[in-house]
Design a protein around this ligand. Sequence first.
Ligand code: DGT
Ligand code: CA
Ligand code: CA
Length: 601
Amino acid sequence: MQDIVVNADVAAVFDEIADLLEVQGANGFRVRAYRNAAQMLGEIGRSVQSIVERGEDLDALPGIGPDLAAKIGEIVGTGSCALLEQLRAQLPPAITELLRIPGIGPKRARALHQALGIRSLQDLHRAAKEGRLRTVHGFGPKTQQLVLEATVARLLAPRRFKLPLAVQVSDALLADLAAAPGVLQAQAAGSLRRLRETVGDLDLVVAVEHSSAVMERFTAAAEVRSVLAKGGTRASIVLANGLQVDLRAVPPASFGAALLYFTGSKAHNIALRQCARGAGLKLNEYGLFRGDRCIAGETEASVYRALGLPFIEPELREDRGEIDAALAQRLPVLVQRVDLRGDLHAHTCASDGRDTLEAMAEAARASGLHYLAITDHSPRLALVHGLDAGRLAQQIDRIDELNARLDGFVLLKGIEVDILEDGKLDLPDDILRRLDLVVGAIHHRFDLPRQRQTDRLLRAMDHPCFSILAHPTGRLIDERPGCDIDLSRVIRKARERGCFLELNAHPARLDLNDVACRMTKDEGVLVSIASDAHSTLELDNLRYGIGQARRGWLEPRDVLNTLSLDAVCPLLAATMGRTSCERTVAARLPAPQIEHAAGGA
Ligand code: DGT
Ligand code: CA
Ligand code: CA
């Protein structure tokens, strides 16, 4: 098997370099260059390994100069990076784990290392437990307690991997397995196929003529750190990045049954097996059996069919009512990426995005969308150059000019306005009123108690200009828990106000989560699946949002941005206290369509 270096591996090297440079107190620009490159690598669809192998120019990638290009080449070519090794020799590498603890940034990590010799998460945990953190400048008893809790949580939690990395690794491994002699089919199963937001390990299934050669190839790959198990039909390896991969090889006649079994979830499998037993049949990873006779197993659909069920999409297989729904022929027809007509949350270089209005519009159009809402940050986020009323007014004019030139595509004028601690919005009403939509979000005081946090959101949603609540809980997967809010009250308020909740598609957020999506749908509130793109590349994040939406049983009709522009505009206008849509759209659409849409609102 050929060495596979996926983008995420290179990104991990750059992230670690950035972390170590930061702890060393290096120049901020230098740190940011590595961070941005790492982020970009996570976003682009093309593998850098293939770019290097084809001899194409890495400098053509956004934010990659000759120096970073050389480093990517080095990592792809040798699997390591001299600069990283050098930095690791200067600082204990495990020190970067400290940065994952909320409240500990590079400066504090350095202080802890210098004052107490802390080198790792375990060291930090011990020091917090023994009350030694308080001797370090800037650490009070409260911080010490928070650090203690956070280290406990982190040390106990099994390591899970976010979807983008898992998908990249899985795609690369599958491509290689599919090319192996004797392999007829290769597919990912497990939580990855169910598109869970994080995965514990990868589960791959191959259909083979002869299994032994594929196991050799799989376990002999260079990026394998250790081989946990290896036999004729199964193997488990751990990759250098810590990700475990289980491989199962089965004969073609069992491929569907094996895929079904290893896709899970375990709870779905158990429920399905009960169905089989009820019908006097036996289901396992080799097939569906009546006595000794196999009656289905080559495809998943054949197994479901033989059980009297329609095909159940992997995202639904969590034993959350999908089998009953299937029996009643009431399975949802899940939303797909192609159903999305627009995107209602994106940034430009006016705040913390990387690309211009023009570039964002062009990229959105190229990805098949018809409209994109520009929603840069508001002034409270001064660090990211949030727009004040004056700069927002300029952006509004610029969007109007650009829309006049764009054909068949519309930029909507919006803002991602901060919801202040008291629930007020971070910009004056008169400028908000000029927008097509207002996306509100919390970016500070995540720690308010439940009642106050919920009241804060409800008050914001009562503002006469409020369209969509962005990333409603504010969670960052594996980094920051969501705010403590009463989501049912928030959803009911959205229904009462006629406004919407966002499913933020960034793979580190995926906020709303699957269960919350389903609650929102059940209350009849539409969900905006939004990229929150900070660059043209991040528009592709919509696919992770779609995955989460599907896990939440959402159908096209449950999703705000599956609506055409002329259908969505009156709904947005209504959230802004207007009865008809604004100039932006009026300028773009033939008159009859507007009248029709406005009349229907
Ligand atoms: P993960 O890896 O923690 O993200 O979650 P999964 O769902 O990928 O779980 P994993 O890798 O332990 O197992 C893959 C699938 O294999 C799982 O979804 C269902 C099936 N499976 C594993 N253990 C059992 C079991 O004890 N009973 C049944 N019925 N199925 C199992
Ligand atoms: Ca798994
Ligand atoms: Ca597994």
